[in-house]
Design a protein around this ligand. Structure first.
Ligand SMILES: [Zn+2]
Ligand SMILES: [Zn+2]
Length: 123
């Protein structure tokens, strides 16, 4: 049973780290930006004052991060980062993992409580 807890913790740590470290589609790089040609450019961010002529995906400005994000899902206040559709599966994995871990810890707690307080012998 201990292996389940270890695996769940490991999945949680790795996927959380990945969300922290990986770029979900935030455009930081000046190379990705083109501020000369706005003609016919629909993907223009008035806040960043940049157009993205070569981009075919949906672009949204995140007011909390103050950056433009490709295909944003939502801004996560837990991670303090934008969650884009590219890494949405990772975010869902973390949620399920935390859920499974909670069940695991409660289950272990109840098991240990019954096992070591001798409650089972009284039943
Ligand atoms: Zn922007
Ligand atoms: Zn954001």
């Amino acid at each position: 049973m201990k292996i389940i807890g270890a695996v769940l913790t490991l999945i949680g740590v790795i996927s959380s780290l990945a969300i922290f470290l990986l770029n979900p589609g935030i455009i930081y790089n000046m190379k990705d930006r083109n501020n000369n040609d706005y003609e016919g450019v629909k993907l223009y961010c008035p806040k960043c004052k940049f157009g993205y002529p070569n981009l075919k995906k949906k672009l949204t400005h995140c007011n909390k991060c103050e950056v433009c994000v490709v295909e944003i899902d939502h801004h996560c206040s837990v991670f303090q980062k934008c969650i884009a559709s590219k890494f949405k599966w990772l975010f869902i994995l973390v949620i399920y993992d935390v859920f499974a871990l909670t069940i695991y810890f409660f289950g272990s707690f109840i098991y240990l409580l019954i096992r070591y307080t001798g409650l089972d012998s009284n039943i």
